[in-house]
Design a protein around this ligand. Structure first.
Ligand code: SF4
Length: 512
């Protein structure tokens, strides 16, 4: 059955006079039960009320298995409320994603929030296999192609003729709440890639700092990223706030001194619930005052009555938003801010950029770049010899030897995984197949914390923090703002990337 999506959400987003409100629902690990009944009851009330433009439904949130979002999504659409479906890269390969998109298109589920996704956690009899066949930028590219009727798009997968175009509206996420320069820069650079690859709107990570919320808007305006942004307004329970403070929710940072305020609130008879709802109302007012296009409200167990209270309270206080800035000033001064603090007493930003840190580089990086420039650029001293060698060994008895030689050298230097399509030169000579837990090719995920990888906190630095630091030393960090690396081509697995480069089989020879 095809259900026409009214897309009130899309109309609201495209109207600058509207403040778009959405709410996040998190399905539980069951097909039936009271959690889903509550979600549907909430949606029924919200549809009748009319102030929410859509509910968004998470997909295996936190990396845990849960009811597929489209199931609740279709039931909620039938109730007359618009729906945003989260689409993540963690559990499905590109073909399964495409197949699912055709199903959602047919069913009328066309508003998406495209994310890389939290690393998969324990499921049936153990930890689930992380997939991450695509990253979020590649997924946006696929969605753009489906909207333009061309899902193929390279010479090995020609454009499919006669397809009905889809009309997906593609949201993305970004976090201004990062402590280190490298983490923050990689978030903003990746946002630029997302917008260049078709993002229609943006939702921020959870946070409670007005200056950081404003920083994102200034950056987007300066970079002419003209897409609407919804700020995240999260109402935590005591248990969830504790997890946020301990860094147990990927990408969410709740600084100690701000968490201390929450702890004081939690001692009250209602466990601080009223204070939390008032805080949410004030944050909504601040976001609207700063110029956000809307807000994305969330929180475990939030009832419609509580949402009604938040929205009514927001109406009552919204003209006082500047007075609440100090209440939402939780980000440590010593953490990196993109812009210097304004001297006008507001506690917000000026438009003057902050100078970043000086960085050093490594010998492996310098040597690798030198060899690459000599052997793989046409002006290089070794280019002709390398080209001749690779073309001669492209097939026949010697090809295996050359392949093995390349693999062992690169394994020793970079822990090469033999993907056959080398992206070392674009990524500061760090291998994303061995260095990034999610094998992301187009910039950092949102999960890092204090520069550590989401998957190996305290043990392994975020791959993209290291890439940024290396590139910045050479003044090349802005190369991460643009460009597009296509997904790994598994047809090249365990073949020589050197040969593939000279035989025009790798990503450097694919048209976008
Ligand atoms: S990107 Fe591929 S070829 Fe290059 S080092 Fe990594 S696994 Fe090896």
């Amino acid at each position: 059955m095809r259900i026409e999506n009214k897309s009130r959400f899309q109309h609201s987003l495209s109207d600058p006079a509207e403040f778009t409100l959405t709410l996040e629902l998190v399905p539980s690990r069951a097909g039936r039960g009271t959690a889903h009944d509550r979600a549907l009851a909430f949606a029924r009330e919200a549809a009748a009320d009319g102030r929410l433009q859509a509910v968004s439904i998470t997909e295996n949130a936190g990396g845990h298995p849960a009811l597929a979002p489209e199931v609740l999504g279709l039931e909620i659409l039938e109730l007359g409320l618009d729906v945003i479906i989260h689409l993540s890269c963690k559990d499905k390969n590109r073909n399964q994603i495409e197949s699912g998109l055709f199903a959602w298109d047919r069913a009328g589920l066309r508003n998406l929030l495209v994310v890389g996704g939290d690393y998969p956690q324990r499921g049936y009899r153990g930890g689930a296999k992380p997939v991450f066949d695509l990253d979020s930028v590649q997924l946006l590219d696929l969605l753009g192609r489906l909207n333009r009727e061309q899902p193929g798009g390279d010479r090995r997968n020609p454009i499919v003729k006669g397809l009905e175009p889809t009309s997906f509206c593609k949201g993305v996420a970004v976090s201004p709440f990062k402590h280190l320069e490298a983490e923050l820069a990689m978030q903003y650079f990746k946002l630029q890639r997302k917008v260049a690859n078709g993002a229609d709107y943006v939702i921020t990570q959870v946070g409670y700092d007005a200056r950081k919320f404003q920083e994102l808007l200034i950056f987007m305006r300066q970079q002419q990223l003209n897409v609407p942004v919804l700020g995240n307004v999260f109402v935590p329970t005591p248990g969830v706030a504790g997890l946020m403070n301990q860094g147990k929710i990927p990408g969410v940072v709740l600084p100690d001194h701000y968490y201390a305020r929450f702890l004081t609130d939690f001692t009250e008879p209602d466990k601080g619930r009223k204070k939390m709802l008032q805080r949410a109302a004030r944050l909504l007012a601040v976001l609207q005052g700063l110029g956000y296009a809307g807000a994305h409200v969330g929180g475990p167990g939030l009832t419609f009555t509580e949402l009604d209270y938040i929205l009514a309270e927001r109406e009552a206080v919204k003209s006082d938003w500047l007075e609440f800035i100090t209440e939402f000033s939780c980000w440590p001064e010593e953490s990196f801010h993109c812009y210097q603090k304004a001297q006008d007493g507001t506690g917000l930003n000026s438009e003057e950029r902050t100078a970043g840190a000086e960085l050093s580089t490594s010998l492996t990086y310098e040597m690798s770049r030198w060899f690459h420039d000599q052997a793989f650029t046409e002006e290089g001293l070794l280019y002709r010899q390398m080209s001749r060698l690779c073309r001669r060994f492209a097939s026949g008895a010697g090809s295996g030897l050359l392949d093995l030689f390349e693999y062992y050298v690169k394994f020793l230097l970079y822990r090469c995984q033999h993907c056959g399509d080398c992206t070392l030169p674009e990524l500061a000579f760090r291998c994303p197949q061995s260095g990034c837990a999610k094998n992301i090719l187009n910039g950092a995920c949102g999960g890092s914390r204090d520069g550590w990888c989401e998957v190996y906190p305290g043990r392994k630095k975020c791959f993209y923090v290291e890439v940024y630091n290396r590139l910045k030393k050479d003044g090349l960090e802005k190369s991460m703002q643009e460009g597009f690396l296509p997904p790994r081509d598994w047809a090249l697995n365990e073949t020589s990337s050197w040969v593939n480069f000279f035989m025009n089989r790798d990503h450097t020879n694919l048209r976008k």
